[in-house]
Design a binder for this molecule. Structure first.
Ligand SMILES: C[S@@+](CC[C@H](N)C(=O)[O-])C[C@H]1O[C@@H](n2cnc3c(N)ncnc32)[C@H](O)[C@@H]1O
Length: 320
């Protein structure tokens, strides 16, 4: 994980307050049982140069012809070692990674409706392996900073980035609430699939707002349940087999939360119910998926008997 180009880029900008987190000493403090294992893993990725790369619906890095059969098999083994691949799809030197999520579908729902990313500094909170970050580069963002505390996903990102070290995209192994309050100045901030995992959703929104530059755009995507403004569902324990879900708001509730946090121009862009074609078990994510979380006899309910979730994308602006 080479953060020196990012440290240089943010020098004397509003993002400079991120610099202490990029130091080796801070990265060494990250407590994750396996963080050493992942760093050793990353140090062993072969140094292969891709002849081309494209970041459209499928993120393609390199061509099959760039490496011989032995190198191809070795690379496949490396990529298989970091299963599960939840977000994608990717094609790496001809190796197709059919991820659990067809993540391009979410991007298609929003890409033409958000403020153009050309020339913008973008923060992607809960970036996972960086699939959407690559899409943001395709849309000509100047800089993409992803945040994700889950080290295996961060490792997936840095495995991909090792083939394209000069790209202005970085995933930092931190939660949003670990970012210093002084860090501000992102032109667009994404928080997709994160807020319902937070014990304090209002603090999450305030932290997102703080990271935005005046007049910047927030793109927030979340699970929602049907219900009046003010209603949100807190599961007794698990929700669709997920154990870390705290608040699933109704759409009116999240709009109200955004308003109370001082966001302006709040608009619902899209709402939908995830289908099996978008989220499913694959050979690259062989564990539980959407259908395991829903009641097989009545998919309007989760396996625990709560209402099944929808997903909503909302846009909002910070004040100029
Ligand atoms: C459901 S996934 C969503 C991934 C991606 N943004 C998407 O929309 O497909 C949620 C991600 O947020 C990360 N996450 C959870 N809490 C976070 C926090 N406080 N700050 C940043 N990322 C967080 C998780 O590790 C996970 O990778």
């Amino acid at each position: 994980m080479d953060f020196s180009p990012l440290t240089k880029t943010i020098l004397h900008t509003k993002l400079e307050a991120l610099a202490p987190l990029l130091k080796e000493s801070s990265l060494n403090e990250i407590r994750h049982g396996d963080s050493l294992k992942w760093r050793v893993f990353l140090s062993q990725i072969p140094n292969i140069k891709p002849s081309s790369s494209t970041f459209s619906d499928v993120i393609r890095i390199g061509e099959k012809a760039d490496i011989d059969e032995t190198a191809n098999q070795e690379l496949r083994k490396i990529l298989e070692e970091i299963i599960p691949w939840r977000k994608g799809p990717f094609e790496i030197f001809g190796i197709k990674i059919d991820s659990e999520w067809q993540s391009q579908l979410k991007w298609q729902r929003l890409q033409n409706y958000i403020q153009p990313l050309k020339g913008r500094n973008v923060l992607d909170v809960g970036s996972g392996n960086g699939y959407y970050g690559f899409r943001m580069l395709e849309a000509n963002a100047d800089l993409v900073v992803g945040l994700d505390p889950h080290i295996p996903y961060v490792t997936q990102f840095w495995t991909l980035k090792s083939f394209l070290p000069d790209l202005p995209i970085f995933v930092l192994p931190y939660r949003l609430d670990q970012i210093p309050e002084k860090v501000t100045g992102f032109d667009t901030v994404f928080s997709m699939g994160v807020i319902y995992h937070r014990r304090s959703p209002i603090d999450h929104l305030l932290q997102l707002k703080r990271a935005l530059s005046p007049g910047g755009e927030l793109v927030i995507e979340t699970l929602f349940v049907e219900g009046p403004t003010g209603y949100s569902l807190t599961p007794e324990r698990k929700y669709a087999r997920m154990s870390n879900v705290w608040f699933i708001p109704s759409i009116g509730t999240i709009e109200k939360w955004l308003l109370r946090c001082g966001f302006k121009n709040i608009r619902v862009l899209d709402k939908c119910y995830t289908q099996k074609t978008e989220q499913r078990k694959t050979e690259w994510m062989p564990f539980e998926s959407l259908t395991d979380g829903l009641n097989p006899k009545d998919i309007s309910q989760t396996i625990e008997g709560s209402p099944a979730p929808g997903r909503v994308i909302i846009l909002a602006s910070s004040e100029k």
